[in-house]
Design a protein around this ligand. Structure first.
Ligand code: ATR
Length: 276
């Protein structure tokens, strides 16, 4: 039987998942397909029903369905509950399970630096879903403390363990930057036309020389933030790595086996080619 996988969203034409997952399935020599399905909000229950009935073996879920799909799942796993969004659906014993592989993906993307990051201070820019995933990873790193920078500090108060600072409070932000072992850029600000102003306003000079910086934005791949940090000789990780690793984590769930390095290499190459 051909394994049928897909990503559902609306619109879906710009999704990078088909290129990445198709490269993985080819490397694994599986009888499997991964499609992009344009699904309007009113059609979402139908495709989730098709998954429950065995017509699909797994789905990725992207905008605008990541939150709405929660109520269509028979079971929602902890990472998806913490983030408040589902990006992966699996089916087991006729039940639809919603999960979110962003926590595993971000954790895997910084894994090479884990020994130096354990027990350190983590600064997260932004207070949306990506920031929640970053806070979950910080807890897995046994972070000594977590600071979330947000335009609206009330939005950052989703976790009693984090301290919130306003982007407008430059002194508090600089103090947090000075202690950071890891800086995670989890806003959409480095993607758009306001990227230069956003980055120029950050107290990057306060970062210690050993701070590791990751920007979860992957379009563009080399964001203005990563350029500015590389100019300061800091180690940077671009957003494509989390995208590759969350995709590998989704595939691992659907196949029920771990994904080897040559398969993730193929996914990374396909993604980098698609972004060129
Ligand atoms: P995602 O699920 O990818 O995290 P999101 O939930 O829309 O996306 O979150 C985006 C985050 O980026 C939000 O915290 C947003 O701040 P607001 O909640 O105040 O809108 C933040 N963000 C976007 N543009 C920003 C900017 N120019 N400066 C600071 N924060 C910004």
């Amino acid at each position: 039987m051909t394994l049928r996988l897909a990503v559902v969203g609306h619109p879906i034409a710009h999704s990078l998942s088909p290129a990445m997952q198709t490269a993985a399935l080819r490397t694994l020599r599986l009888d499997a397909t991964y499609e992009a399905r344009d699904v309007e909000p009113r059609e979402l229950p139908t495709i989730v029903g098709e998954l429950r009935d065995g017509r699909w073996q797994g789905l990725n879920v992207t905008l605008p369905h990541k939150v709405a799909v929660l109520s269509l799942c028979d079971h929602v796993e902890d990472d998806a509950r913490v983030i408040g969004a589902v990006n992966t659906l699996c089916v087991a014993g006729g039940s639809v399970i919603g999960t979110n592989t962003d926590v595993l993906g971000l954790h895997a993307s910084i894994a090479p630096y884990e020994p130096v990051l354990r027990g350190g201070h983590v600064v997260i820019l932004g207070a949306g879903g990506a920031a929640r995933a970053a806070a979950a990873v910080a807890r897995r790193l046994d972070a000594s403390s977590i600071t979330i920078a947000a335009r609206d500090v009330d939005k950052a108060a989703f976790d009693p363990f984090v301290s919130a600072v306003s982007f407008a409070d430059r002194a508090a932000l600089a103090a947090a930057f000075a202690r950071a072992s890891l800086l995670v850029q989890a806003t959409s600000a480095t993607m758009g036309p306001g990227a230069d102003a956003f980055v120029d306003a950050l107290p990057l000079d306060a970062l210690a020389p050993r701070t590791i910086v990751t920007d979860l934005v992957y379009r563009p791949r080399h964001t203005r933030l990563l350029d500015a940090c590389e100019a300061r000789d800091l180690v940077t990780i671009d957003g494509t790595e989390m995208l590759v690793q969350q995709g590998a984590a989704s595939l691992s769930r659907w196949l029920g086996r771990s994904i080897d390095a040559s398969t993730t290499d193929a996914m990374r190459r396909a993604l980098h080619d698609a972004l060129r």
